[in-house]
Design a protein around this ligand. Structure first.
Ligand SMILES: *Cc1c(COP(=O)(O)O)cnc(C)c1O
Ligand SMILES: [Zn+2]
Length: 417
């Protein structure tokens, strides 16, 4: 790989643990003094950005000058970003909210939010002339890297736990990645991928380690601000595993503030599963996440199953600095949220995505969200990613199809019953 080429919009990389700064040409991943916990924050020249932001493109690349990639670097041909923001005013009223929108990032090309980050990884990897780009993932970041890489013919290596849902593994194989199914947890797959990147010199996309993933993820926030004409919502509800997405929303808000476009920033509400509640515990007990040890991670919402959230510092800052909260919801509520969210919004979610809906209901119940609040709910992954979970959810509530003979009489009889 060659050193990261300089960019006019990127000034430096700041360690989020200490006060050291680095030149992107010298450091690719984390603060050398702090190792994996020392994630770096990309600092922009906002005068340059303000002077150059004027794209009418309808994709994440419309924010080009606010992204850490070269203006002339080839972008993947897939349509990434500018996902719909659906207003659900009636449903908001029924829930006791002032208004509600669903930002449907399950509509991205590989059907999860992760495409925004992987797009940046692929552009950066190619700027660096990386032979391979690698990532560990619970499944969606992998599918995203795999799909975006396929669109430009970029070789890549993927580490996912063997337990990853079949649809996600099918995506990886169809896109032609080199796939390592790791006999272990996501956390183990992550550590193995880190070692392999070190040993083989691959470009490392791993969340929390690669400073540029937050930058891709922030584009969802920038789009929401644009789609709502600068009328910021009062709260954003999003599910949290490693914490990169919620950290990305916070970064988007900080960018908008630096550009004088923020208004009153929304509270960021992060939702975890009771089975993987590292950040909820740290938030409730005011623990320091820099050295808090890993916690158990076992949940039906595989995409937010993270024993040691790799972007935990950015995630905690996001919630604390916006006056938000972390809350946990049990797996049965996550499953029940799949049909509940599908019926009330028209968006079919995988468990980790439905967790945000379950978290929103719980936040309303706890008084964290009220009838004063205009809320944006983030749909992060498609229900087609995990069909068995959706089937369990509808079976648990007793919803069954009517199996009929191919005759009208049978239909009438079924309707009567
Ligand atoms: C990755 C993912 C999340 C959580 O994002 P983090 O950055 O890991 O916090 C939520 N939902 C889905 C569907 C995901 O794939
Ligand atoms: Zn540091």
């Amino acid at each position: 790989m060659i050193p990261t080429p300089p960019l006019p919009q990127v000034v430096r990389l700041d360690c989020i643990v200490c006060d050291k700064s680095y030149d992107p040409a010298d450091v690719d991943y984390t603060c050398p003094d702090h190792g994996a916990v020392g994630s770096l924050d990309v600092v922009y020249d906002y005068d340059y950005v303000a002077a150059n932001l004027n794209s009418d493109e309808y994709s994440m690349w419309r924010f080009g000058p606010l992204l850490p990639v070269g203006e002339d670097s080839p972008k993947p041909p897939l349509q990434i970003g500018w996902t719909p923001l659906y207003q659900r005013a009636e449903h908001a009223k029924a829930l006791g909210l002032k208004n509600l929108w669903v930002k449907d990032d399950s509509r991205l090309p590989t059907a999860s939010f992760k495409d925004r980050a992987s797009a940046i990884a692929v552009v950066k990897g190619r700027e660096k002339q990386a032979e391979f780009i690698a990532t560990a993932s619970t499944g969606n970041a992998a599918a995203a890297l795999s799909g975006v890489a396929a669109s430009v013919g970029q070789p890549n290596v993927i580490f996912v736990p063997q337990s990853a849902p079949e649809a996600k593994v099918a995506q990886l194989l169809a896109f032609g990645s080199r796939v390592m199914l790791v006999k272990g947890s996501y956390d183990q797959a992550f550590d193995l991928c880190m070692e392999a990147c070190d040993r083989f010199g691959w470009y490392n996309r791993n969340t929390g380690v690669n400073p540029y993933m937050t930058e891709g993820k922030k584009t969802s926030m920038l789009e929401i601000a644009t789609q709502l004409d600068g009328e910021m919502p009062d709260a954003i509800v999003v599910s949290v595993g490693d914490g990169c997405i919620i950290g990305g929303f916070h970064k988007g808000l900080r960018d908008l503030a630096a550009l004088g476009q923020a208004g009153d920033p929304p509270r960021l509400i992060g939702v975890q599963s009771e089975g993987s509640r590292y950040l909820v515990d740290a938030f409730e007990n005011e623990e320091d996440v820099v050295d808090k040890p890993p916690a158990p991670a076992d949940t039906v919402a595989d995409s937010i199953s993270a024993g040691l959230p790799r972007d935990r510092i950015k995630a905690m800052n996001a919630v604390k600095q916006t006056g938000g909260a972390f809350i946990a919801v049990p797996d049965d509520e996550i499953l029940a949220a799949i049909p509940a969210m599908a019926r009330s919004t028209g968006v079919f979610s995988e468990p980790a995505s439905a967790a945000a809906y379950a978290g929103m209901l719980s936040a309303i119940e706890r008084g964290l969200l009220t009838k004063e609040d205009r809320v944006v709910l983030i749909a992060t992954g498609s229900g087609l990613k995990d069909v068995p979970a959706a089937m369990r959810a509808v079976q648990a509530e007793g919803t069954t199809p009517r199996v009929v003979e191919p005759s009208l009489e049978a239909v009438e009889a079924a309707l009567g019953s």
